[in-house]
Design a protein. Structure first.
Length: 220
């Protein structure tokens, strides 16, 4: 049976795929929990989406026969896995251009300072982001993710921030499928052609059938 790897986004976990998976063709689903992967890997140096992709490719022996489905940051890892392994890459609410990430800053030195001083996980900053979130449909989920981020170790958050923003060599491949909601306020829509779905950054949950349909056509 074909392997389909599922890679979650920033401050998420593999449960982000729980609504989508039952709508996909039968497969050997491998749910990647990045918190566990970083603990197992214990990288001695700075990381990036490319070095993480290399680690995952080697650890799981990923080949062109495999498919990677990634949400948000997970989609960025997925396309980098395709770069190093040749596996199929399906991006959900993700990017191939880091400038598409709608984040207050992509300066890793600033982000490290904010993290080390406790500002990133403070009630003041997380409360501000909660108030600014515009979508009622996914508000409860967003608040849960922000709350969960406050309990994560600083080391793991830093590893995720590097995965998001650290420079990587230019991609020479493109995803096999891009799925995106135009209203997404966390990641801007791709400049390249993509399958548009309703909703917001979390369409894979709240519009799962519409997200699943083009995936089924690709991997059937």
């Amino acid at each position: 049976m074909n392997r389909i790897f599922l890679i979650h986004g920033y401050v998420e976990d593999p449960t982000i795929f729980d609504t989508l998976v039952p709508l996909l063709p039968p497969a050997n689903f491998v749910r990647i929990n990045l918190a566990d992967e970083f603990t197992r890997w214990q990288p001695a140096r700075s990381v990036s989406s490319r070095t993480l992709a290399q680690y995952l490719t080697e650890y799981y022996t990923i080949t062109p026969k495999d498919t990677i489905i990634g949400h948000s940051m997970g989609g960025w890892v997925a396309i980098n896995i395709k770069e190093v392994s040749g596996a199929k890459a399906i991006q959900l609410a993700s990017w191939t251009d880091q400038k598409k990430i709608k984040f207050p800053t992509d300066n890793l030195a600033v982000l490290r300072f904010l993290l080390d001083t406790g500002i990133t996980q403070s009630n003041a900053l997380t409360g501000y982001f909660r108030k600014q979130y515009p979508f009622d449909e996914s508000r409860e989920l967003y608040n849960q993710l922000v709350g969960g981020m406050q309990t994560m170790s600083r080391q793991y958050i830093w590893q995720q921030l590097q995965t998001l923003f650290a420079h990587v060599p230019p991609l020479t491949v493109q995803p096999d499928l891009r799925i995106h909601a135009r209203a997404d306020n966390i990641v801007a829509p791709p400049a390249e052609p993509y399958t548009q779905v309703p909703g917001d950054h979390f369409s894979l949950i709240f519009h799962a059938e519409l997200v699943a349909e083009p995936i089924r056509l690709l991997i059937r």
